[in-house]
Design a protein around this ligand. Structure first.
Ligand code: ZN
Length: 133
């Protein structure tokens, strides 16, 4: 793992949260994208090396909608940048962490991603992400 690539924040209404984060961070959102595999709308901000990813559920039964029902809006996951996602997945699996997907999947922002089950990481949902080359 090289660095924190982004922090994912679950929001109820991205049309409200984008202008809020633009004011908070004093920068414009540089990208919005619907991620088919997760049924979420995403919006990205960049401060220095680190990004903030807002996540809004498209599906009322989706994982982000369920997260907000349980915990309310807030930090949803921390994503680490990795060079070789398959190697990192194998390493973590060998260390006893539980992967939520056995093969890398298509994420937002031109990334391959894998999530670790929060039950194996002190309740924090961890995302590995690798830039697609
Ligand atoms: Zn993410």
């Amino acid at each position: 793992m090289r660095k924190v690539e982004h922090i994912g924040i679950a929001v109820k209404d991205i049309s409200v949260s984008v202008p809020l984060f633009e004011k908070l961070l004093d920068i414009a959102c540089y990208k919005t994208e619907m991620v088919e595999s997760e049924l979420v709308n995403t919006a990205f901000f960049k401060k220095g090396e680190t990004k903030i990813e807002l996540l809004e559920s498209v599906d009322p039964e989706g994982v982000i909608a369920k997260f907000i029902d349980r915990k309310g809006e807030g930090i949803h996951h921390i994503a680490f940048d990795v060079d070789d996602i398959e190697a990192e997945m194998r390493r973590l699996q060998n260390e006893g962490f539980v992967l939520l997907n056995e093969t890398p999947k298509q994420g937002a922002d031109n990334k391959l991603v894998c999530f670790l089950h929060p039950k194996s990481t002190n309740g924090v949902l961890i995302e590995l992400c690798q830039e697609k080359k």
